[in-house]
Ligand binder design. Structure first.
Ligand SMILES: *Cc1c(COP(=O)(O)O)cnc(C)c1O
Length: 364
């Protein structure tokens, strides 16, 4: 098979989705599966849907359009705040979008009216993570203004945590979200269908039974795809952490000193790398580089392999302690973290292989 490649075990993804959906269901929480780290890979979306998620979300219209073109049949949610310039495409492509700016809501309203449609929006409020969302003080006035716009329906209130500021979902900030939702419902006499509290960082709170009852929607990517909650990246019970595996091929094997020889300046990326003298090491050179992955996010699967570093096109590993003898042309494999997976799925040089025991596979 070609290298480098990333394999996606669709059965493991489906299993992980089922585990997370079942947990959330016991607390009355509906799950939307988030595909953005896979660039909207249609087979991944289908595996999530088989596992029970009720809709699919992505951060990019191109990804959602790719899934639709491949026949993924579900409701789609746009989780990145839409650009003003794409209001028309958003209304045409997705069922629900997350919003925080009046100007964008106005453009969505115009676009919806023009197309004789109604577009659902979730208003995002910032509860301290300092990424997207209106500040709580400004929420009521934004909702008041948005309610006057024809063609859009405010179907929910949401917040996003643990993405920029690393703020962890807590009973307190989730209760705050519920209180804001109740204030809006009472002030304007409406019912919010979704109170969308969490992403993969909120699973502990749910499992501990501390999620306020009115939180009824979650947007989950990493926990389904990589089997981890995201406040400490702990493996989540009854999920697989290795649904995605990256393979690279050994191009060279040499015994070399572990310290560079000669006067030293900057490396290829302008850094001044530090080396530890570990004597002569058996080094492997692989066809995977910074153009393909985030090298720091790779964990070697073969015992005794250590990553030394990488340039744009090469990964250098120390194989001195390897349990097996490797030859040129052999493959080494790595489990990616979120950042490494995002880069691999985005790199056109890394071939994508969905795998399933039922052979529901097509190559991308
Ligand atoms: C990416 C994203 C998610 C999913 O986050 P995970 O940590 O992968 O579960 C949820 N909500 C929003 C707004 C996002 O941008």
């Amino acid at each position: 098979m070609t290298t480098p490649r990333v394999t996606m075990d669709l059965d493991k993804i489906e299993h992980n989705a089922r585990t997370i959906v079942n947990l959330c269901r016991t607390r009355g929480i509906e799950v939307t599966g988030v595909t953005k780290v896979t660039c909207g890979q249609p087979d991944v979306a289908r595996a999530m849907l088989r596992g029970g998620v009720s809709s699919i979300a992505d951060s990019r219209l191109e990804n959602i359009q790719r899934m639709q073109a491949a026949g993924v049949d579900t409701a789609f949610v746009m989780v990145r705040i839409p650009p003003l310039s794409a209001a028309g495409a958003v209304v045409e492509t997705v069922d629900v979008s997350l919003n925080s700016e009046f100007g964008v809501l106005e453009a969505l309203s115009d676009a919806a009216q023009l197309r004789d449609r109604s577009h659902d929006v979730i208003i995002m409020v910032d509860l301290g993570d300092l990424r997207e969302g209106v500040w709580p003080d400004d929420l009521v006035s934004l909702v008041r203004a948005a309610l006057a716009l024809p063609g859009i329906r405010i179907m929910g209130l949401g917040t996003n945590l643990a993405c920029f500021g690393g703020v962890v979902p807590s009973a307190e900030n989730m209760q705050r979200l519920v209180a804001l939702a109740v204030e809006i419902e009472q002030t304007f006499g409406l019912t919010l269908e979704w109170i969308s509290g969490i992403n993969s960082s909120g699973l502990e709170l749910i499992a501990a039974g501390k999620m306020p009852a009115r939180i009824n929607h979650a947007r989950i990517g990493e926990a389904i795809l990589l089997g981890r909650e995201t406040t400490q990246r702990k493996p989540w019970p009854d999920t697989f952490q290795d649904a995605f595996v990256i393979y690279a091929e050994i191009l060279e094997i040499n015994n070399k000193p572990s310290l560079p020889v000669g006067d030293r300046g900057e490396d290829a990326f302008g850094g001044l790398p530090q080396f530890e003298d570990r004597g002569v090491a058996l080094r492997g050179l692989l066809n995977l580089g910074r153009e393909d992955v985030d090298v720091d996010g790779l964990t070697p699967r073969e015992p005794g392999i250590h990553i030394v570093g990488a340039s744009s096109g090469y990964l250098i590993v120390d194989m001195t302690a390897a349990a097996e003898i490797f030859r040129i042309g052999d493959e080494l494999s790595f489990v990616p973290n979120y950042g490494a997976l995002l880069a691999a799925m985005t790199s056109e040089y890394v071939k994508k292989y969905p795998l399933s025991k039922d052979l529901r596979v097509d190559r991308q």
